[in-house]
Design a protein around this ligand. Structure first.
Ligand code: URA
Length: 225
């Protein structure tokens, strides 16, 4: 297990939260009052089956209030072990792009659409598997809780899975990127997932995708104002 990324709530709160989540009474009986409660409660989440094969639930990280929220897909192998979002190879790519765009990660809230690592065994390795629509929908309750608490002005969906969670509809990055959508209480943007940059085989394509990604991050920061 990883270091606790947030101040722990009291044991009484933690027990109440775990009971509420286990009993599936999420919406009526329990709404997390802090990100620390989200972290505690997500460990007891049984809204779908992904918890079964994950080391732990990984919620978001960042200031309790942040004007800019990033949403990825799901924790990867390293995030699952570390208990932190975006610390593996995609996270390092993300950090580099944020630095180039002049966006301080420490002032943003970084989370994922799905809070448990979905994977398939291949020998000793755990291979990333894409969350399905039911899993994204089940986990949306947590994302909405984080959104209610953090109150971002701008939410950036990193990739199509995040887009579906943020916008509650199918999203095509190529079509939807480049302009803000009205989410009521926030503006929503779509860009590629940083892992996409790692997968592109040609150096030329990688360089072009990198430039566009950095520009999207910069535009999101400017939209915050
Ligand atoms: N990919 C994601 O979408 N999120 C992470 O936290 C790590 C990799």
């Amino acid at each position: 297990m990883a270091d606790a990324p947030h101040t722990e709530p009291s044991r009484r709160t933690a027990r109440a939260v775990a009971r509420s989540v286990r009993d599936g009474t999420y919406d009526d009986a329990f709404a997390p009052a802090s990100i620390a409660e989200v972290w505690t409660a997500v460990q007891a989440c049984r809204r779908c089956d992904l918890w079964r094969n994950a080391t732990q639930g990984v919620a978001g990280e960042g200031p309790a209030r942040a004007a800019l929220m990033f949403v990825g897909e799901q924790p990867g192998d390293q995030e699952d072990l570390a208990g932190k979002p975006f610390v593996g190879p995609a996270g390092q790519m993300f950090d580099k792009a944020l630095a180039e765009a002049g966006v301080p990660r420490s002032e943003t809230y970084v989370t994922n659409a799905v809070k448990h690592f979905k994977h398939e065994p291949r020998g000793k390795r755990r291979i990333h598997a894409k969350p399905n629509v039911g899993e994204i929908r089940a986990c949306r309750w947590w994302l909405e809780s984080e959104r209610r608490l953090v109150r971002p002005k701008v939410i950036v969906a990193l990739g199509a899975t995040a887009g579906r969670a943020v916008f509650d509809r199918p999203v095509t990055v190529a079509e939807d990127r480049g302009h803000p959508f009205d989410l009521g209480d926030a503006k929503g943007l779509v860009t590629v997932h940083p892992a996409y940059l790692l997968r592109l085989p040609s150096q030329d394509d990688r360089a072009k995708a990198w430039t566009l990604f950095v520009a999207d991050l910069r535009a999101a920061w400017e939209l915050v104002g």
